[in-house]
Design a protein around this ligand. Structure first.
Ligand SMILES: [Zn+2]
Length: 168
């Protein structure tokens, strides 16, 4: 019985030792992997850093040349540091119109022929109320309208809005 116990304990220890060894080797493997990965990463980082340094050096050169050219142009410009006024002031130019008010060249204003207007207006003209040209002479009513006859003023009636008005 005691021997069995001893054996069991021994086995257990063995097993434990084995397990520890096993796990240690696994850990070692894993660590090795990790270290390798880390090394790879650090190698990449080193490469990246190197390329970054390169690119920043390039950028620095570019910046430097840009600054050089700015300085050069400034030193060229400073003796007569003046900006030329614009040849044509965009807003006060006489022909200037806001785009909203600019006429399309294909849509130029056509001046109406006076005869056409006369024809359009008709012999009686516009209604002063609604601008209709559908106007007829109205009969004179009352003494006042008869009195206007002396001044060649006659009553008219707009047939569109029934507005009555007087005109020569
Ligand atoms: Zn009218």
């Amino acid at each position: 019985m005691q021997r069995l116990e001893e054996k069991l304990v021994n086995d257990f220890r063995q097993l434990g030792k084995f397990a520890v060894e096993e796990s240690t080797t696994v850990l070692n493997d894993k660590l090795q992997e990790r270290i390798q990965t880390l090394e790879e990463v650090s190698a990449m980082q080193t490469k990246t850093l190197a390329s970054l340094r390169d690119s920043s050096r390039v950028a620095g050169n570019r910046m430097g040349s840009a600054i050089d050219s700015i300085e050069r142009s400034l030193s060229d410009a400073v003796p007569g540091l003046q900006f030329d006024p614009p040849a044509v002031s965009p807003t006060t130019h006489p022909g200037y119109a806001h785009p909203q008010f600019q006429l399309d060249r294909s849509e130029q204003v056509v001046k109406a022929d006076p005869r056409d207007v006369e024809e359009f207006v008709g012999s009686y003209g516009f209604c002063p109320s609604c601008t209709s040209t559908d106007i007829r002479r109205a009969n004179r009513q009352g003494l006042f309208e008869e009195f206007l006859r002396l001044f060649f003023i006659a009553p008219f009636r707009c047939r569109a809005c029934r507005h009555k008005f007087f005109k020569f």
